[in-house]
Design a binder for this molecule. Structure first.
Ligand SMILES: CC[C@@H](C(=O)O)C(=O)SCCNC(=O)CCNC(=O)[C@H](O)C(C)(C)COP(=O)(O)OP(=O)(O)OC[C@H]1O[C@@H](n2cnc3c(N)ncnc32)[C@H](O)[C@@H]1OP(=O)(O)O
Ligand SMILES: [Co+2]
Length: 132
């Protein structure tokens, strides 16, 4: 398992892309919308991890709700795993709760699931696996 990306909730990808390109000294390598999730993402490679800027693509997006409540900032940590089904089983066995146990298509050619922050010390954790 490794830190695959840090998700950062932003109001405007336009403004935040400009800020993060300056901050990181590199351009994003992709921008991608995931309509099911109600988000548009922008990815920056940072060594073996990434920064994922996440903007709400519609009103009822979880990102819109998060920003309304907590403002812009760190939203989630994504762990990259080899076998997401095995990790789900391991973590369920260890008593962790999932928002949904069924992996779904994420951004950046991944399948993803999320654990509920109430079972992970208040940190939203995403598991992601490269699509085969
Ligand atoms: C598809 C792209 C994908 C990728 O490929 O990388 C992404 O990263 S998409 C990222 C956006 N999608 C998600 O976040 C999906 C998972 N999130 C959810 O399902 C919901 O956001 C949630 C975590 C279940 C919360 O939704 P909800 O219960 O409707 O909102 P509340 O505001 O009532 O929150 C309940 C409770 O949880 C706390 N919370 C909410 N978001 C976070 C967070 N990001 N980090 C930590 N804690 C969070 C919130 O504060 C509430 O706690 P209490 O106030 O103590 O009740
Ligand atoms: Co993510």
């Amino acid at each position: 398992m490794k830190i695959e990306h840090i998700g950062i909730a932003v109001k405007s990808l336009g403004l935040s892309d400009e800020l993060f390109s300056k901050l990181l000294g590199t351009e994003n390598y992709k921008q991608e919308s995931v309509e099911r999730e109600g988000v548009t993402t922008s990815f920056y490679q940072l060594g073996e991890s990434k920064i994922e800027l996440v903007e709400a693509s519609r009103e009822e997006s979880p990102i819109a709700k998060f920003i309304d409540k907590k403002g812009e900032g760190i939203h989630h940590i994504a762990f990259g795993v080899e076998n997401i089904l095995e990790e789900i089983a391991r973590l369920k066995n260890a008593g962790f709760q999932f928002i949904s146990e069924e992996p779904k298509d994420g951004a950046d050619n991944k399948i993803v699931v999320f654990l509920h922050p109430k079972s992970t010390n208040g940190v939203l954790i995403e598991l992601c696996q490269e699509k085969k």
